[in-house]
Design a protein around this ligand. Structure first.
Ligand code: PML
Ligand code: MG
Length: 250
């Protein structure tokens, strides 16, 4: 075939009585569409948060020329035995990054637990910057590069780490994002992370108690109004493929 193959963005979101259950996405070829639709559908139907009463699968053509390809952030894992140890490690990393208002930011993080998207927070003023604070900002239109370990393969199960590394890499590459903090909202998944261009993707193996449905993301932003508009547009519209590190196995 001459030129790049046609690609499609595939997004799944599932909810129960309007409460978020599960969401996932891929950027794939036409040949991969049927299997991937099925994988994401299975995932929505079998989520540990419950049975959805609403599932949306959305497919959009993506022009390959619009895609930005990024190298994955370098990955480091810190083993923490308790949520307290995990939070202490996050705090220490934030101190080393010279971030201000650390206690306050860690407190505000808890407000993101009820949101569908992430909280976008000004790192200096702590002002909430999402256009719709209930919904938050969703980083979207991203996947691992084809022919690399990709989220969702080879089975229909979720690979938290691969998917989060793709998202964190996209988010960290906006010049006005200083850092991202993330705890999974999946009750059976306790590993979380802090990520930035400077420190890479740092995993904390325990960041919440097992069984807790609490989880959310904060993107820490620094910049002016024009940069904010550019940042929100980048997070929500820019198509990104991430070159994953070779040692990743799924
Ligand atoms: C999520 O469930 O959406 C967040 C997953 C965080 C993954 C952390 C990791 O394993 O590195
Ligand atoms: Mg989840």
């Amino acid at each position: 075939m001459i030129g790049n193959p046609q690609l499609y963005s595939l997004k799944m979101r599932a909810s129960q009585q309007n409460a978020h259950i599960s969401g996932a996405e891929r950027i794939i070829t036409e040949e991969e569409l049927p299997d991937c639709c099925n994988q994401l559908l299975q995932r929505a139907l079998r989520h540990s948060k419950g049975k959805p009463d609403f599932i949306n699968l959305k497919i959009e053509a993506v022009c390959p020329e619009e895609i930005l390809t990024l190298p994955a952030l370098p990955v480091r894992t810190i083993t923490t035995a308790t949520p307290e140890e995990g939070m202490a490690a996050v705090r220490e990393i934030m101190q080393r990054m010279n971030l201000a208002h650390i206690d306050k930011i860690l407190q505000i993080w808890q407000q993101s637990y009820a949101m569908r998207g992430a909280m976008l927070l000004h790192a200096n003023t702590l002002q909430r910057l999402e256009p719709n604070p209930e919904r938050g900002v969703r980083a979207t239109y991203m996947d691992a590069c084809p022919a690399e370990p990709r989220p969702g393969q080879p089975n229909s199960g979720k690979n938290h780490f691969n998917e989060a590394l793709v998202l964190a890499t996209k988010v960290a590459h906006h010049p006005n994002i200083l850092a991202e903090l993330c705890i999974s909202d999946d009750p059976d998944y306790v590993t979380g992370y802090i990520a930035s261009r400077e420190i890479g993707y740092v995993r904390l193996t325990t960041l919440k108690p097992l069984g807790s449905p609490d989880g959310g993301r904060i993107f820490l932003f620094r910049g002016n109004q024009e940069e904010l508009a550019d940042c929100i547009n980048y997070l929500q519209q820019q198509k990104v493929l991430v070159k994953m590190p070779e040692e990743i196995k799924i």
